[in-house]
Design a protein around this ligand. Structure first.
Ligand code: ADP
Length: 219
């Protein structure tokens, strides 16, 4: 059996809230990519029995833990709004854990390549550095708002506040190697994902050759 390369080929997938990252990631996964999603990891860490719950309880007290043992997101949101340093403290607990766990999952991935889905990838040097390529899911801001409103109870001003705290559309596009234009319907999104998937499989194959013993990296 051929040895796997030291490091898999990693495509960072990002986009603003409601741009369609999850929809794109799901389709990449159905085609054979391994998806490592930092949002999903954050939810797991803060779910009942999650690895971050002990540290959160020690830092903020039992009032931040819901009766099922998960992080009480509503209480934490209120606290973080009132005390910005509480948000930073929560991030200082979660971010290193998310960074370690996502790195572990990337190394263990068995797919043709890894889609590393990170909402704040452009804003974060750490994740940016890990990626061989950056793929941005893009759509007009008005469409982001419409799509988020359709899927959640957030009000438009809350969605706009989240968008304002994220990188701008032009900053994301400037950092992109590849752009998925998600202003159309889901079949248009899927067609672009399929096109990119073929390119990423090919790039991962070249990457594997260059990482393999006797490959380009060692010549
Ligand atoms: P993100 O992960 O970037 O926040 P999602 O992938 O969850 O965004 O998409 C936001 C919402 O919009 C979801 O309900 C999703 O099903 C829907 N959606 C995404 N892309 C499209 C599209 N091209 N057409 C219609 N609905 C879409």
């Amino acid at each position: 059996m051929r040895a796997r390369p030291q490091r898999p080929y990693i495509v960072g997938l990002t986009g603003g809230i409601g741009s369609g990252k999850s929809a794109a990631a799901d389709h990449f996964e159905s085609l054979g990519a391994s998806v490592v999603d930092t949002d999903r990891i954050a939810h797991e860490l803060t779910a009942p029995g999650g690895a971050a719950i002990g540290a959160i309880r020690s830092a903020f007290g039992a009032a931040m833990i819901a009766s099922d043992g998960s992080l009480d997101r509503g209480a934490m949101r209120t606290l973080a709004f009132e005390r910005p340093e509480a948000r930073r403290q929560l991030e200082s607990i979660l971010h290193p854990m998310i960074g370690d766990e996502s790195a572990r999952r990337c190394s263990a991935a068995q797919g043709a390549y890894v889609i590393l889905a990170v909402p704040l990838l452009i804003e974060s040097g750490t994740y940016h550095e890990r990626c061989d390529r950056i793929c941005v899911v893009d759509c007009p801001e008005a469409l982001q708002v419409t799509r988020v409103r359709a899927r959640s109870a957030l009000a438009e001003d809350q969605i706009r506040a989240i968008m304002a705290a994220q990188a701008s559309r032009s900053q994301r596009l400037a950092a992109a190697d590849d752009v998925i234009d998600n202003s159309g319907d889901l079949s248009a999104l899927r067609a672009q994902v399929e096109h990119l998937h073929a390119a990423y499989v090919e790039a991962a194959r070249t990457h594997a050759t260059s990482c393999a013993p006797g490959g380009l990296a060692e010549s």
